[in-house]
Design a protein around this ligand. Structure first.
Ligand SMILES: [Zn+2]
Length: 334
């Protein structure tokens, strides 16, 4: 393991490596960018390099403890539940722990994953720590939607932006994990720059779930049964972690979006680009809706994906989009 496993983030990783090598890494960092692009993994790599003392050699006990998730001087905080986000008790406990001396080496590192889920009281509690962090501690905030953080928090952190990952990088990654090249290419194009969305698509969306949602929206009848099915598909099962639910919903919406874009192409006289296995259904759909309504639907789905990538509630997005899908499915004229 090393920074090399953070794929498609050359600029952010380059900046971090240079800062680590020159000893100029800020004590408080904000890793900003969409879900599933490697922010948390990069934060762990930074922590590993700091704690190792050899720049993250990968062989010493410290590096092995970080890899195993058992390092006593690396604190990773994430939301205990969807409704509370990272809460004030977690922030206070973290502040206490980083005020103590390191147990293994000379440094400590703290990662707050989903820092943008903190409500103002938790953020204010964190502010105290960010104002006077212990000299031996580096704090990394990970946030998909940094706009949710108080300006006073943001101003105390050096911000590092993580961009959506290029489709070819994601495709190669999927092939390495055993996907067929063709499936990987299609999936990567649908994933919107997110490894998490790509994996969710590959695990379901690109196969069964993609087929199911496309049938419901593009060949469906818009009835009550379809309403329940679409809604249940988007919201997902209860056992999944929140971020998995979002990635999965993004994957499903990305599949719909790509098919709507194909419908727009067909409506404009071009051939379907991506969903070659659904050409007939999409062509019929394009004929029923017409260009104007397709363009509106495209924007609605696109906005839904953006909202999810900025941590919107999955059910809210599902409630907004399901009627639009049903109306589209039931449309009989352009
Ligand atoms: Zn090491």
């Amino acid at each position: 393991m090393s920074f090399e496993r953070i794929l498609g983030q050359g600029e952010a990783v380059g900046r971090l490596k240079r800062a680590l090598e020159s000893g100029t890494l800020a004590q408080a960092l904000l890793f900003a960018g969409p879900d599933g692009v490697g922010k948390r993994a990069a934060a762990v790599e930074v922590a590993r390099a700091l704690l190792c003392g050899e720049g993250g050699c990968g062989r010493c006990p410290s590096c092995r403890h970080v890899a195993a998730g058992t390092h006593p001087d690396l604190f990773i905080v994430e939301a205990a539940s969807e409704s509370t986000g990272v809460n004030i008790e977690q922030v206070r406990r973290l502040a206490e722990r980083i005020s103590e001396s390191p147990l293994e080496g000379s440094q400590k590192a703290a990662i707050i994953d989903g820092a943008d889920s903190m409500k103002p009281p938790a953020q204010n509690a964190l502010l105290k720590t960010l104002e006077e962090p212990p000299a031996d501690t580096t704090i990394i905030l990970v946030a998909a939607n940094p706009g949710m953080l108080l300006p006073t928090i943001r101003s105390r952190c050096r911000r590092v932006d993580f961009a959506p990952v290029g489709a070819s990088v994601i495709a190669d990654f999927l092939v390495e994990r055993g996907a067929a090249r063709e499936t990987a290419d299609v999936t990567a194009r649908l994933a919107g720059g997110s490894f998490a969305a790509a994996l969710a698509l590959l695990d379901g969306g690109a196969g069964e779930e993609r087929e199911q949602i496309l049938r419901l929206v593009f060949a469906g009848d818009g009835g009550e049964e379809a309403r329940e099915e679409i809604s249940a598909m988007l919201v997902g099962g209860g056992q999944m972690r929140l971020r998995e639910k979002r990635a999965r919903a993004i994957g499903i919406l990305a599949a719909v979006h790509s098919a709507v874009v194909d419908a727009l192409r067909i409506s404009g006289g071009a051939a379907a680009g991506t969903n070659v296995d659904f050409v007939d259904e999409i062509a019929g759909f394009a004929g029923r809706l017409g260009f104007q309504r397709l363009a509106v639907l495209e924007k609605e789905v696109h906005d839904g994906i953006i909202a999810l990538s900025m941590n919107a509630d999955v059910r809210l997005v599902a409630d907004r989009l399901t009627p639009a899908f049903l109306a589209a499915a039931a449309a009989d004229q352009g």
